[in-house]
Ligand binder design. Structure first.
Ligand code: MN
Length: 201
């Protein structure tokens, strides 16, 4: 019923908090229009179906031939994660468990940045770059549109997404125009490593 429907999560910071890396107008439009529309469309797509009672993670983990559920379910999950792992106090070198996992999986933080940037940069068209926990190590992948690593057959099926970077043009075009690489470089100044550590299981 209505109380089970998904709703737009509040951001843990203000729309202008991520300046100059992500501008105020982009944050406001991205949250109140793009993310909100995914939620509205998802709620409409699952209303009256058994999926109505599932968590957003469960919805993503079940293969769906219904593009409205796949695209909007992914859209809601992906953006919720994205807002969570950004912070005006973020960036810098990783700390805690994620620092150790990055070193053991990629050799160094610099190598991780290079691999993550390449995955995000080479995703043609709209999509996402991901850092995932796969059992005892980390893997990097990218997905098209609003797909994500929870969806079967997309990345490693054991993936637990830790970091997701939105590389749709709507995420950066006002400030960076076509320069996706500058937006990706700026993103590393915003990663909330404490939140990333909380996502490790
Ligand atoms: Mn987006």
């Amino acid at each position: 019923f209505k109380e089970m429907a998904f709703s737009l999560p509040e951001l843990p910071y203000s729309y202008d908090a991520l300046e100059p890396h992500i501008d105020t107008k982009t944050m406001e439009i991205h949250h109140t229009r793009h993310h909100n529309l995914y939620i509205t469309n998802l709620n409409n797509a699952i209303e009256g179906t058994p999926k109505e009672n599932l968590s957003i993670e469960e919805i993503c983990k079940i293969h769906s031939d219904n593009p409205a559920i796949r695209n909007n379910g992914g859209g809601h999950y992906n953006h919720s994660l994205f807002w969570e792992i950004l912070s005006p106090d973020g960036g810098g070198n990783p700390v805690g468990n994620i620092a150790d996992l990055i070193t053991s999986s990629f050799g160094s933080y610099e190598n991780f940045k290079e691999k993550f940037s390449t995955a995000s940069m080479t995703r043609f068209g709209s999509g996402w770059g991901w850092l995932c926990q796969v059992n005892d190590h980390l893997e990097i992948c990218s997905t098209a549109n609003q797909d994500n690593p929870l969806m079967p057959g997309i990345c490693n099926d054991e993936s637990i997404p830790l970091i997701g970077l939105d590389v749709w043009e709507h995420a950066y075009y006002l400030n960076y125009q076509n320069k996706r690489v500058d937006y990706i470089n700026a993103f590393f100044n915003l990663i909330n490593w404490e939140k990333v550590n909380e996502r490790i299981s």
